[in-house]
Design a binder for this molecule. Structure first.
Ligand code: ATP
Length: 349
């Protein structure tokens, strides 16, 4: 299903145009939470969903520390000014946490009781695949409408071109790479730079292209072949006076430290260094693209609830908002495009 949101209230679907203010919905109150790893732009999503809810006559509740706060009742009613002055802030004002309790039926029962206590009719969950998996289980178990927003720097969810926080993280990595290139060139070194992504190489591949790196070692390719040996066999930039290789933090790639140790042992003529960007990638003020994406998605989440949608993640495809069933969103099948691999290969010769 495709729809476009205008000024937060006009909606154009492929077959009709509707004003959501006139929509008949049983949902009078909504709880919003952020869960899993924080991602820049989560605040913009909280802000947009809060204001869309209030502007549609709903009571809006902020739930602190993700599912943990749902289980332990850290819930507070929000007004429009509860989300003032946050669009530019990284992280999440609602805090985030991981909750073991919520993975158990007893924990989820407590969460449900708290929802009932506050008369919350529906939830907006902002997080990655784990958070959306939990959201789907909870929604089915207790028959609660839940809409998800893809909040993760990894860009590893299906059915959406991009996720909230990915663009900011990509820019952060690119800026770090520019700095590292200065020192790599001065000392004529080979740098392995490790970035996040778990089993998904989007961050490594795209930041390699954006920063002019020589290669990206990513899980999708490493699982099939020894990328490092291939790079070395190809002569590995003998004509260049520095080399930068992006590596996805993952058991499949082995990570930057392991790759560097292999090079030291097998190819001792290289002067190798490792940088692990770690949590630096999560912080910082969101880019304009992430703020706009998160604002659109936050409003679309309320829109979806008013349309009586449930168990869907808001996605974006070809610049249009789409609804993606949770089951599809969390399927591990996102593919790296051959074209992007070619762009890196050709542009780095
Ligand atoms: P990121 O991609 O940034 O790591 P994430 O949402 O994937 O974010 P997770 O730690 O995997 O982060 O999941 C967040 C929380 O979602 C968990 O702490 C847990 O409470 C809940 N969750 C994850 N999987 C399940 C599950 N199978 N059943 C119930 N709850 C779950």
């Amino acid at each position: 299903m495709h729809l476009i949101v205008y000024k937060g209230i006009r909606v154009s679907t492929s077959d009709s145009t509707t004003n959501i203010l006139t929509m008949d919905s049983n949902i009078k109150s909504v709880g919003i939470l952020t869960s899993g790893g924080d991602a820049p732009g989560m605040n913009a999503a909280i802000r947009a969903a809060t204001r869309a809810g209030i502007s549609n006559g709903m009571r809006v509740y902020g739930i602190y520390r993700g599912y943990r706060g749902l289980v332990s009742d850290e819930i507070e009613e929000f007004q429009t000014n509860s989300v003032s002055n946050i669009i530019q802030q990284g992280g999440t004002i609602l805090k985030t946490a991981r909750s073991e309790d919520f993975t158990t039926v007893e924990g989820r029962k407590k969460a449900y009781e708290n929802i009932k206590k506050h008369n919350i009719d529906a939830l907006v969950v902002i997080g990655g695949d784990g958070s959306l998996t939990g959201a789907g289980i909870f929604a089915n178990e207790f028959n609660i409408p839940v809409v998800g927003l893809p909040g993760t720097i990894d860009n590893d969810l299906n059915g959406t071109d991009t996720t909230i926080g990915y663009d900011t993280a990509l820019n952060t990595i690119m800026q770090s790479m520019d700095r590292l290139r200065d020192t790599a060139t001065s000392h004529e070194r080979l740098f392995f730079v490790e970035v996040m992504g778990r089993n998904c190489g989007f961050l490594a591949l795209n930041s390699a292209i954006a920063s002019g790196a020589e290669a990206a070692i990513i899980p999708e390719i490493s699982i099939e072949k020894d990328q490092l040996a291939e790079l070395i066999e190809q002569g590995f930039r003998k004509s260049k006076n520095s080399s930068m290789v992006l590596v996805t933090e993952s058991e499949i790639t082995g990570g930057a430290i392991q790759l560097a140790e292999r090079v030291k042992k097998e190819y001792p003529w290289y002067d190798v260094r490792v940088t692990i960007l770690g949590h630096l990638q999560r912080g910082g003020s969101p880019t304009a693209q992430d703020r706009i994406l998160a604002s659109r998605m936050g409003i679309a989440a309320i829109q979806a609830l008013l349309e009586n949608q449930r168990n869907v993640m808001i996605g974006i495809r070809e610049n249009e908002i789409v609804y993606v069933p949770f089951k599809r969103a969390i399927k591990k099948e996102r593919e790296i495009s051959d074209e992007m691999l070619e762009v890196l290969r050709i542009s780095s010769i």
